[in-house]
Design a protein around this ligand. Structure first.
Ligand code: BEZ
Ligand code: FE
Length: 289
């Protein structure tokens, strides 16, 4: 290991220090981290006080974290890192539902619900119907598949953000598909909302003239035997921020219209007032082998 540390020898000195790391994957990661971090420093040439500001920022990010707030993941989200990791780990054949970020609000278990149940436990907003099928890539309907859904309300809040005002498990549900692979439930059309922006990540966004908003969406985790599970959203067509989601989560294939349906018989079947909004979203899973 070199002891004559200089700008020229710095990177090799640190790489050499990891030479005996027994875990090859860890060694590869530390090597790449060292090369990229040193490359960044050589490109930026930070002043001592800029370097200190960077350390203070990361310290503040860490101090903002607790059991329910994960500021490092938010930082990863707004830098596009979460979506890049997601894309690398969810390469799918054409036709399979695309993935997107999990987000921080899947922090409680969704309650098991019957098909057709209303997941909106509060408020008098107009109910819509969300329905779809879970299918395998070849089109086979998957009976007994599980669909976990959670969403914000029509003011843009998840239950866990307003525990005083909203009932527990509001707008959450775990559904099992019927014999023809279909699921349906009643809900309300969610609103777009800002990610938590009262911490250092929010300061980063405002310092860079970025907004903190996500377009309106409903989260889904779909799973079935013999298939890779998918973590995804459906995005509401026409929502603000579809083109500039602050966490880069939008994929065009996931945008769905709220169709206006005027069909009294169907309204009775779904137990909603006529006319009503209908969102259709099929979940297509990739077989594991
Ligand atoms: C969400 O959609 O719930 C979310 C995703 C990333 C950051 C914050 C919120
Ligand atoms: Fe969300």
């Amino acid at each position: 290991m070199s002891t004559d540390f200089s700008e020229d020898t710095a990177t090799d000195a640190v790489l050499d220090s990891f030479a005996d790391t027994p875990d090859e994957r860890l060694k590869t990661m530390l090597g790449a981290l060292t090369r990229h971090l040193h490359g960044f420093i050589r490109e930026i040439e930070p002043t001592q006080s800029e370097w200190e500001s960077g350390i203070e920022f990361l310290t503040a990010v860490g101090q903002m974290c607790d059991d329910v707030r994960q500021e490092f993941i938010l930082l990863s989200d707004v830098l596009g890192v979460s979506m890049l990791v997601d894309a690398i780990n969810n390469r799918k054949p054409a036709g399979a539902t695309e993935s997107t970020v999990l987000g921080p609000f899947h922090m409680v278990d969704s309650p098991q619900r019957e098909l057709g149940e209303d997941i909106a436990l509060a408020g008098d907003a107009e109910r819509c119907v969300v329905r779809g099928h879970v299918r395998s890539l070849d089109g086979t309907a998957l009976a007994g598949a599980v669909v976990d859904v959670w969403q914000a309300d029509d003011a843009g809040f998840y239950d866990v953000q307003q525990p005083q005002a909203l009932p527990e498990k509001n707008l959450r549900g775990l559904f099992t598909t019927d014999a023809d692979g279909s699921f349906w439930f009643r809900s309300i059309v969610p609103r777009h909302y800002p990610i938590p922006d009262d911490g250092p990540v929010g300061k980063l966004l405002s310092a860079t003239k970025r907004h903190p908003n996500r377009p309106a969406h409903i989260h889904f985790i779909g799973g079935a035997a013999g298939h890779s599970p998918i973590t995804t959203h459906l995005f509401i067509e026409g929502s603000p921020y579809l083109e500039d989601d602050t966490v880069f989560g939008v994929k065009k294939s996931l945008v769905r219209a709220v169709q206006r349906i005027d069909d009294p018989d169907l309204a009775v079947r779904y137990n909603v007032e006529n006319p009503f909004g209908l969102i259709e979203f099929d979940v297509v899973l990739n077989p594991t082998s």
